[in-house]
Design a protein around this ligand. Structure first.
Ligand code: ADP
Ligand code: ZN
Ligand code: ZN
Length: 664
């Protein structure tokens, strides 16, 4: 057979869910080609880098129409077997183009065809500080279970209250795996991958640690990727896309804060990094640890079904105690500019003793609404179904859903009276009000608006750690993961957000966030107090959470989900369609609805407008497919997509399929 009688089948980075056939380049011996290598090919008017998936004898495309590939880029497969297999599995499960999944798994420079060459070696930590701590009994049991299962696929849920020493369990398990010659992958939520987290690992181990985060240069990302693949990097810490990192000898995967929704990619290829991590551990026959103080309902159910092994750290480590809770009824004690008298009073007491107070408000800006007191007009975004948020520094109106911003108007756009007033509370307004109540205490605000600049977050954290008496004020950026030993009082300024939402997951997420925030109080030797301001002090979920703790709360929610046959007791997929004309999105989803095979085991909901029905001028509509078996859902999606793929493309509608959505 001459070189031209074989056909290269390639996965290309295009949204089309199919593969493409090419002839080998003229001068290449096809016998030297193995699946998994990168190949450059002409595609429409562009050049693309694809991955060879197989070498075929025949093609459905007539021979004379086949184009020749331009260049073979690798001698050996660019991705190791397990990552290749993970990509195939993910493309099938999430019904996404295999070529785009491969592209997602590769660093940008490799995607562009650059060689996988090493320029430098990773820096090793010169000196290691802080010997391992003496583990308590619960920690010891956890480390033992995790490390004894080397080379066996076992899933552990490490359920440990905030401050119980989960990180210490990770560190000592990692030490053991590294001592046995293995490598470890640690996945963390975006918000937790701070220089402190990375430092904590680097200081502990005299081995190269690679961190994969969004502010790395493409060159550094490639170097970290290569160091992991060669086995040089013993530990890789990264956010969700790090799940595709190649390793020479992966021995353990840790997913910290496994309940965090940032593990689900929310655009294009909508994969869940925790779920892929479990698949990867199963391919590699290694243990995986899912750690959290507030496990997801999915994971708790999997423990009940004995799919996961349960490891519990019920107490705080060392001398620290769990905080006491107090609910403040805002109907009885009205809050001026967000702060009730009871909260102000308690803050004074804690500050007078030289401690720090942390206030949590998950709303940045000065006020969420600009309102006309004459005619009730409200400033809205022109492109989204959302209100413009009033910001003071810099002074402007801003839409938090798109990038739109404008000058603050002096007069109402409707009645033209100078009667506009900012209504409601954001972090900037609370900052002002704190300066009035506590003129002598430094207030340190942490939210997305004042941490965008490089080094800004670090600067604020340094300020927090360098002084005693201070008020820390922030959104969830401040609430998650940090260890502030001087904080003895946490105030939750407005707990009512998640109590009445249209999304069935809102209550679970509210409970997790409140527990995380509360977990910042009293983490060292001084005991902590948590004060929760609410207009609904008798709300049963809030009561359960505060009086009986997260586990009873989660159990209550699980029972409700079971009764309503909601996930994790059923399986969801959503077709999300967007178009400038609402009827186009609607029509498209109705076509999909018709394509859905009849089944007594499935139900359809929609098309309905999304929670945010218009964003950046696009109307968003949803069609929900719900089944009580995963396999039924998969079959239905396959059937719909095979029909959809043969339909001619309607360019006025953009759509995605979201399997196991975390936002409904
Ligand atoms: P988590 O990750 O569960 O929130 P950390 O691992 O950050 O908890 O531990 C909280 C604090 O307790 C840290 O200051 C840590 O050094 C300390 N700690 C952890 N384990 C022990 C232990 N066995 N003995 C004493 N202190 C511990
Ligand atoms: Zn008006
Ligand atoms: Zn907008």
């Amino acid at each position: 057979m001459s070189g031209h009688e074989v056909i290269l089948r390639l996965a290309l980075p295009t949204p089309l869910r199919r593969q493409f056939d090419y002839l080998p380049p003229q001068d290449v011996d096809y016998k030297s080609l193995t699946p998994g290598i990168r190949v450059r090919v002409p595609f429409q008017s562009r050049t693309l880098t694809g991955i060879l998936t197989s070498i075929e004898k025949n093609s459905d495309v007539p021979y004379e129409k086949l184009k020749s590939a331009l260049e073979i880029l690798d001698e050996n497969p660019i991705l190791p077997d397990d990552v290749y297999k993970l990509c195939q599995w993910a493309a099938e499960y999430y019904h996404y183009s295999l070529g785009e999944v491969f592209a997602c798994a590769l660093p940008v420079l490799l995607r562009r065809g650059k060689p996988a060459a090493t320029k430098k070696t990773l820096k090793e930590t010169a000196e290691c500080l802080g010997a391992p701590l003496q583990l308590n009994a619960a920690q010891q049991k956890a480390v033992q279970a995790i490390t004894e299962s080397r080379q066996a696929f076992r899933i552990f849920l490490l359920d440990g209250v905030t401050g119980s020493g989960k990180t210490e369990v990770y560190l000592q398990s990692i030490a053991e795996i590294i001592a046995q010659g293995g490598q470890v992958l640690v996945l963390v939520p975006e918000i937790s991958l701070t220089p402190q987290t990375i430092e904590r690992f680097r200081r502990r181990f005299p081995v190269p640690v690679a961190a994969l985060h969004s502010s790395l240069s493409e060159q550094d990302r490639l170097q970290a990727w290569i160091a992991a693949r060669s086995g040089e990097a013993k530990i890789v810490i990264g956010t969700r896309s790090a799940i595709f990192t190649p390793f020479a000898n992966l021995g353990l995967i840790i997913v910290d804060e496994e309940h965090d929704t940032s593990f689900k990619q929310q655009d294009r290829f909508r994969y869940h990094a925790r779920d892929l991590a479990i698949m990867r551990a199963s391919f590699n026959l290694i243990p995986i640890v899912l750690g959290s103080a507030t496990p997801s309902l999915e994971s708790l159910l999997n423990v009940k079904k004995q799919r996961y092994e349960y490891l519990s750290l019920p107490q705080r480590a060392g001398e620290a105690m769990l905080p006491q809770y107090q609910i403040i009824d805002l109907r009885q004690t009205p809050a001026e500019d967000g702060l009730s008298n009871a909260l102000i009073q308690t803050m004074r007491e804690h500050l007078e003793q030289g401690n720090q107070v942390m206030l949590f408000l998950n709303r940045r800006g000065f006020a969420p609404v600009l309102y006309c007191t004459q005619c009730a007009w409200i400033a809205e975004c022109k492109r989204c179904d959302a209100r413009m948020v009033y910001h003071r520094s810099p002074a402007r109106l801003q839409c938090h859903h798109c990038d739109a911003h404008s000058k603050i108007p002096e007069r109402c756009a409707h009645c033209h009276e100078a009667a506009l007033q900012p209504v409601g509370l954001g972090t900037q307004r609370l900052e002002e009000s704190l300066a009035k109540h506590f003129p002598d205490v430094p207030v340190i605000r942490v939210d997305r608006d004042n941490t965008r600049r490089k080094g800004a977050m670090q600067n604020l954290l340094d300020q927090i750690h360098s002084q005693n008496k201070a008020i820390l004020l922030g959104t969830q950026m401040l609430a998650k993961g940090h260890h502030f030993p001087h904080v003895t009082l946490v105030g939750i300024v407005d707990a009512d957000n998640g109590l009445f939402s249209a999304d069935f997951r809102a209550a679970e997420q509210m409970g997790q966030l409140l527990m995380q925030v509360a977990g910042r109080a009293g983490r060292a030797e001084k005991p902590g107090t948590v004060m929760i301001q609410t207009r609904y002090p008798d709300h049963p979920l809030l009561r359960t959470l505060v009086n009986e703790g997260y586990h009873v709360f989660a159990q209550t929610l699980l029972t409700e989900r079971e009764q309503a046959v909601l996930p994790p007791f059923s399986y969801f997929a959503i077709f999300r369609a967007e178009a400038y004309a609402e009827e186009n999105a609607n029509q498209f989803l109705n076509v999909i609805r018709q394509m859905c095979p009849e089944s007594t085991e499935a139900s359809l909901l929609g098309p309905v407008p999304a929670l945010l029905a218009r964003r950046k001028g696009l109307h968003c509509q949803h069609l929900l497919v719900k089944t009580n078996k995963r396999s039924v859902l998969q079959n239905i999606l396959k059937s719909i997509l095979s029909k959809l793929d043969s339909l001619s493309v309607n360019h006025s509608v953009k759509w995605v399929l979201d399997v196991d959505p975390v936002e409904v």
